[in-house]
Design a binder for this molecule. Structure first.
Ligand code: ADP
Length: 292
């Protein structure tokens, strides 16, 4: 549970936003990968709260707040509203609207597929973003590029390959295979402009609210190739076939989507290799073998 000093700071912040604050009560929330998460209850209200070190992951929650705001601005898919984001005692805190879980019906999955398709139709003049952010706990560079192949290679593959190589998780031979793969990327992704992406779309990063509507959480936004989000939904499963059908109806997949998804998933796989070790190497090797 948070320290009494953090608890007092939260209580004080909540007084700025709610007229009547009684004693607040914390309960731990599981399911996250990097942050401590709590439900804070007072009266009939519930708030979601995340806490992490302010020095280990600088601006982690400021970036999360900016990502949520960019998605919210599109008015397409629901995201939780942010109540406050602040630092206290070397900790950073994010206070958000509490999302009560609803039932994931067929309507939910269809709506989710449709809304993601429409989100992906929001574009920009470049691949990238006007700021860097995080994918989970890993800093993610978003310098702007004119082509997806150039962005994906320089801002996604290269930095993660370098980090994994430094930790001896990849060998020189892997580096050569990545080099060979690089030349094929351009041809595989031609003809599609940038899409606004969630950026970290695995099954732990969306919820179903009590109206039965999809809610995106924990984004790692940028303008990128839409196959990045779609590929990631398949990496650990958890998405129904009606989600893909609805997406495809509103924004058809390209003919070579399977190849694109395999290449796109190299990025989250490299992140998992870097964070969690060599269990993720065989899947990377199999994609390298397929394309290099
Ligand atoms: P982390 O950044 O540590 O991965 P998440 O943002 O994914 O944490 O949140 C952890 C878990 O907390 C989620 O899997 C979800 O079940 C729950 N959660 C996230 N946001 C909310 C919210 N606004 N309201 C209620 N529960 C939430």
């Amino acid at each position: 549970m948070p320290s009494s000093s953090i608890e007092a700071a939260i209580q004080k912040k909540l007084c700025d936003h709610f007229t009547f604050i009684e004693q607040i009560k914390f309960s731990a929330v599981g399911g996250g990968s990097i942050n401590e998460a709590y439900r804070i209850s007072f009266g009939n209200e519930n708030i979601f709260c995340k806490v992490n070190s302010a020095t280990k992951f600088p601006q982690l929650f400021i970036k999360e707040k900016a990502g949520l705001a960019l998605i919210r601005k599109q008015n397409i898919i629901t995201v939780p509203s942010v109540i406050d984001c602040f630092e206290h005692d070397d900790q950073q805190l994010l206070l958000m609207e509490w999302i009560g879980e609803g039932e994931r019906t067929e309507r939910f999955w269809k709506k989710f597929g449709e809304e993601l398709a429409v989100l992906h139709q929001q574009s920009a003049d470049y691949f990238g973003l006007n700021e860097d952010n995080y994918m989970g706990s890993v800093p993610q560079s978003n310098h702007q590029h004119q082509t997806w192949a150039s962005f994906f290679t320089a801002e996604r593959l290269q930095p993660m390959i370098a980090r994994c190589y430094e930790k001896s998780l990849l060998t020189k031979s892997h580096l050569h295979q990545f080099e060979k793969l690089r030349s094929g990327i351009e041809g595989l992704f031609e003809n599609e402009g940038p899409s606004l992406l969630h950026g970290d779309l695995w099954s732990g990063n969306f919820m179903c609210n009590q109206n039965g509507d999809p809610v995106l959480i924990d984004p790692a936004v940028y303008y990128g190739h839409r196959s990045m989000d779609l590929a990631m939904t398949t990496l650990f499963g958890g998405f129904r076939s009606s989600f893909y059908k609805a997406y495809h109806y509103h924004y058809p997949f390209p003919a070579n989507y399977k190849e694109q998804w395999a290449i796109c998933n190299l990025y989250p796989l490299l992140i998992h290799l870097y964070l969690f070790g060599s269990n993720y190497l065989p899947q990377i090797q199999s994609t390298l073998k397929q394309f290099s």
